[in-house]
Design a protein around this ligand. Structure first.
Ligand code: SF4
Ligand code: SF4
Length: 78
């Protein structure tokens, strides 16, 4: 039997991420509000890129759908 323990989670590409582009007035990240599991947060405040608590990520990819800059990617580790 081939048992694989694979973990998938979302990662922010900080080269692409820019909250001021997504939300010029408020600086809030649309991906944060899209994550109903509260796994992605702007811990440094608005106008700062979010961070993802990868160990809590459920790989639902709602944040990827919500990010207009394609700044969130799927990552798979085994
Ligand atoms: S939606 Fe995407 S580009 Fe915009 S702040 Fe969030 S992660 Fe960054
Ligand atoms: S993949 Fe889903 S659980 Fe993970 S950060 Fe994105 S929206 Fe949240």
């Amino acid at each position: 039997m081939n048992i694989q323990s694979k973990k998938s989670f979302a990662v922010v590409d900080y080269e692409k991420c820019n909250p001021a582009t997504c939300s010029p007035e408020k600086g809030d990240c649309p991906a944060v509000s899209a994550c109903t599991h509260k796994v992605i947060k702007q811990i440094d405040g608005v106008f700062e890129p979010p961070i993802i608590f990868q160990h809590m990520c459920l790989a639902c990819w709602d944040c990827i759908e919500a990010c207009p800059m394609d700044a969130i990617e799927r990552k798979h580790v085994s």
